[in-house]
Design a protein. Structure first.
Length: 108
């Protein structure tokens, strides 16, 4: 089973040195245990572009789809044997990055 662990924050690149070290250790653990697919931080919503090309509309709108105080500032894609294991890994990720996270199961 594959899961997305989305890191929730109110700013981008806000991790302290200690948090970065804890995230690196968590990443190392994911890799060593075979749970790792990929992980990275992402730019804030002010850097986003919403694109609607349904029926060839070609609409490009700078900025986020939704104006919210908190947003996804990074993510892990992981493999887990069960939803329970994914929850445990998400809790460990939340502790490592010192942020809220949202866990979602991937289709397929």
């Amino acid at each position: 089973m594959r899961f997305l662990i989305a890191v929730i924050d109110h700013q981008t690149n806000s991790a302290s040195g200690d948090e970065i070290a804890a995230i690196d250790a968590f990443n190392d653990q994911l890799q060593a245990n075979g749970n790792w697919i990929i992980a990275c931080g992402i730019y804030g919503p002010e850097e986003s572009v919403v694109i609607d090309n349904r029926a060839g509309a070609g609409v490009f709108s700078d900025g986020p789809l939704h104006d919210v105080a908190e947003y996804m500032s990074g993510f892990w894609l992981i493999k887990a044997d069960s939803e329970e294991q994914a929850r445990e890994l998400a809790a460990a990720g939340s502790k490592a990055c010192n942020r809220k996270v949202e866990l979602r199961k991937l289709h397929g």
